[in-house]
Design a protein around this ligand. Structure first.
Ligand SMILES: O=C(O)C(=O)CO
Length: 309
């Protein structure tokens, strides 16, 4: 007597903790599952899919990023994948702007000085930073989030938006009047460079010495995508030698970044603990979408947001 489209769970098990489920535990628990709803701390790879076995039909991740999912392995097994684009775009763009301003205007350094006695008399060059007005903002990987960042930065009187990607994306670019440039030109022209691409084998480590060495001395580098796109040794060199002016990172490798990591010693590096989508509204929307993707997948219906494999 169940209503049409209802999904009956024989067993529904939830890891009821904010801490990630230990891998060994997860490998045991997934055995025989039809569906898995995960977050980005869970690696969904061949080992896990083998442990789950042939019942598994759908993996729903509560994230827009999918670098923790082995897409080839999922595709090979005919497992459908749901993810959570769109619902976090505003929240991530907002945080990216906050991180950019915190970095360029040295807010973290400034509050530290204010409360630890570093605040003397008003001084002409003390805690000077770089402003957005008349600047060129570069976007590495133009998608929903890059557009939303540019829309928010425009009222700060940015002079020009430029972007690079595997190919021009005129529909998105037109929304923000952004010009398509090469990777090298993006490095050379950007006063602010925001990384908004997905982490894939192609983008792994692309923000390395080759990029930083072409950037302006006054440039601010911002990453709210994935730590894996950055070569952190090269970024450390670039920041500590003044090759670029500053970096704001919401994502690192690994996460959490160990407290003794050299990047934490730099005043011109602002590090946040992966909080770009952390608003109550957005996290609620992400969890609802992830649940609805899972249910649709289990019913064999179109998912609200399915990742095409
Ligand atoms: O959704 C993602 O991919 C995140 O990194 C957290 O929102």
């Amino acid at each position: 007597g169940q209503s049409k489209g209802a999904v009956t769970f024989n067993v529904f098990e939830m890891w009821d903790s904010d801490e990630p489920v230990p891998r060994v535990e997860l490998l045991k628990k997934v055995k025989g599952c039809d569906g898995i709803l995960c977050v980005l701390t869970e690696k969904i790879d061949a080992q896990l899919l083998e442990a789950a076995g042939p019942n598994l039909k759908v993996v729903s991740t509560m994230s827009v990023g999918f670098d923790h999912l082995s897409l080839d392995e999922l595709k090979k097994r005919g497992i459908r994948v749901g993810y959570t684009p769109d619902v976090l775009t505003d929240c991530v763009a907002e945080l990216t702007v906050a991180l950019l301003l915190a970095t360029s205007r040295r807010l973290i350094e400034a509050t530290h000085e204010a409360k630890t006695g570093g605040w003397g008399t008003w001084r002409t060059l003390w805690l000077c930073g770089h402003e957005l007005a008349n600047s060129t903002v570069g976007i590495l990987g133009l998608g929903r989030i890059g557009v939303a960042i540019a829309e928010r930065l425009k009222p700060f009187k940015v002079k020009k938006f430029i972007y690079t990607d595997v190919a021009p994306r005129p529909e998105l670019a037109n929304m923000i009047e952004a010009e398509y440039v090469s990777f090298d030109e993006l490095a050379k022209q950007s006063d602010f460079l925001a990384v908004c691409c997905a982490l894939t084998p192609e983008t792994h480590g692309i923000c390395n010495w080759n990029l930083f060495s072409k950037m302006k001395k006054n440039a601010i580098f911002i990453n709210t995508s994935r730590g894996g796109v950055v070569n952190q040794e090269d970024l450390y060199e670039a920041l500590s030698t003044g090759l670029i002016a500053g970096a704001g990172l919401d994502v690192t490798t690994p996460e959490p970044l160990p407290t003794h990591h050299p990047l934490f010693t730099l005043k011109n590096c602002v590090i946040l603990p992966h909080i770009a989508s952390a608003s109550y509204t957005t996290r609620n929307a992400m969890s609802a979408l992830a649940a609805n993707n899972l249910l649709a997948g289990l019913r064999g219906e179109p998912m609200p947001k399915e990742l095409k494999l």
